[in-house]
Design a protein around this ligand. Structure first.
Ligand code: BV8
Length: 244
């Protein structure tokens, strides 16, 4: 049923493919292989057990990725999503699995980082959180409780509960359109969002470089580079007076 813009609600989920053209590695590479998990064993760098076992290795993994943020820029996909957020008459919510800051630097104002953020740290002793732009070390001191050895990246590791799940499910249950951009649909619970949205009546749309294992779960699909297909998609939404 066609709806007027102002009554229309969109939830967008982005993944590593949205940042690929900015120069940040994806996790599972494109169909040619490669990717972060080809260079690092997920169990050795992205779980609480890994951090307990070898905090120096985990800090080095995240310090390298945090430092890389200073050498990359948002791409046209980030900028188009920010434009949609500002110019669309209805409600647009951006949920990202990414821990980079490219949506914010591309102009997005209220991004939900369900897997946390590279540029934030958390103290495991007092749970205080901070913006953190430098290397995190075992010797880092908590600015709040002054304890040493308990500072960790404020990212959600495997086996940990992603952030703001209650709010995300509420938004999925009332949205008219759910779009997944640049994600392989391999990581849960994000990979289930398309089913949750569709079961509550939303239309679902996958925008990705290539088909994924979840492509058949979407009503519609568009393939190509995010920096090309996302601006086209945003223009089609903003051009239309009614969104079907
Ligand atoms: C949890 C932060 C429970 C750290 C990340 C079923 C249900 C629930 C859980 C599970 C389940 N089955 C398994 C699990 C456990 C696990 C999981 O999903 N494992 C996987 C490996 C099977 N999930 C969890 O542990 C989650 N927690 O379930 O908690 C719980 C319950 C109660 C109490 C406590 C706990 C937590 C998962 C979060 C892990 N943290 N990131 C970090 O970044 O280091 S996940 C990591 O993967 C990143 O966030 C990343 O964004 C995310 C998903 O990857 P993608 O973004 O999709 O990236 P990928 O490389 O895979 O794909 C890129 C895509 O882009 C490709 O399709 C490619 O074609 C495309 N592309 C490439 N270039 C372009 C492009 N597209 C467009 N343009 C281009 N230029």
């Amino acid at each position: 049923m066609a709806r007027l813009h102002q009554d229309f609600s969109i939830v967008i989920l982005t993944g590593a493919g949205t940042s690929a053209e900015s120069g940040l590695d994806t996790f599972r590479g494109s169909s040619g292989g490669g990717g972060i998990w080809a260079q690092h064993n997920l169990e050795e760098v992205a779980t609480p057990e890994a951090f307990a076992k070898d905090p120096d290795l985990v800090h080095a993994f995240y310090n390298a990725r945090r430092a890389a943020l200073f050498n990359v820029e948002p791409n046209a996909a980030h900028q188009a999503l920010a434009k949609l957020e500002q110019a669309f008459a209805g409600n647009v919510t951006l949920v990202t699995q990414n821990v980079d800051d490219l949506h914010e630097r591309g102009g997005s104002k209220s991004t939900i980082h369900m897997h946390g953020e590279l540029r934030r740290a958390r103290c495991t002793a007092c749970d205080a959180r901070f913006e953190w732009l430098d290397d995190l070390l075992v010797s880092s001191v908590c600015p709040s409780c002054q304890s040493v050895g308990g500072m960790r990246p404020d990212v959600v590791w495997f086996g940990e509960m992603p952030y703001q799940m209650g709010r995300i499910y509420e938004l999925l249950e009332v949205c008219d359109l759910f779009a997944a951009i640049g994600t392989s649909g391999n990581v849960y619970p994000a990979a289930q969002f398309v089913h949750h949205a569709a079961s509550h009546g939303a239309e679902t749309y996958e925008l990705n470089l290539e088909p994924t294992g979840s492509s058949r779960d979407f009503h519609r699909r568009a393939y190509g580079k995010a920096s090309e297909i996302v601006p086209d998609w945003v223009e089609s939404l903003l051009r239309g007076q009614r969104v079907s």
